[in-house]
Design a protein around this ligand. Sequence first.
Ligand code: GDP
Length: 148
Amino acid sequence: MEQTLVIVKPDAVARGLIGEVIRRFEAEGLVVCGLKMVWLAQKEAEGFYQVHRHRPFFESLTHFMASGPCVMMVLEGEKAIGCVRTLMGATDPAEADEGTLRRSFATSIEKNVVHGSDSAASAAFEIPYFFNRLEIIPVAERGETSLA
Ligand code: GDP
């Protein structure tokens, strides 16, 4: 089992797409095991995207990410990291495959609806950036209340 961090970005939250994004992930068998809404401060957005700090779009990206609330999720499943990336589609919606979230809903390369960790190392940094241990409830710990 793998865990990955997913963010419903401010553009998608503002457009009422939270439910549709979660629905598409759940429909593929991914399990929500952490979930909350957060309005990032500029510094928090900069810390999250620190790997991009030298890129020309860093300031624009971090302003966008701090422009309104995001929905943060931890999703769990077999090969969850790759599965989420496939369902998201390419960064640029013009290059994203038909049926992906970004192809369906993104309005630009920046306002592209959703974030998903791109590797196990990224997930290991990103999940604890937003979630503490008590806020993540893995399927394996759900006992008799689990429908899985
Ligand atoms: P991802 O893993 O597909 O999200 O893409 P990256 O890690 O390369 O970039 C992180 C985020 O920065 C993307 O999801 C976009 O929101 C934004 N971004 C990426 N490339 C560009 C760009 O060329 N211009 C702008 N304005 N934003 C970009």
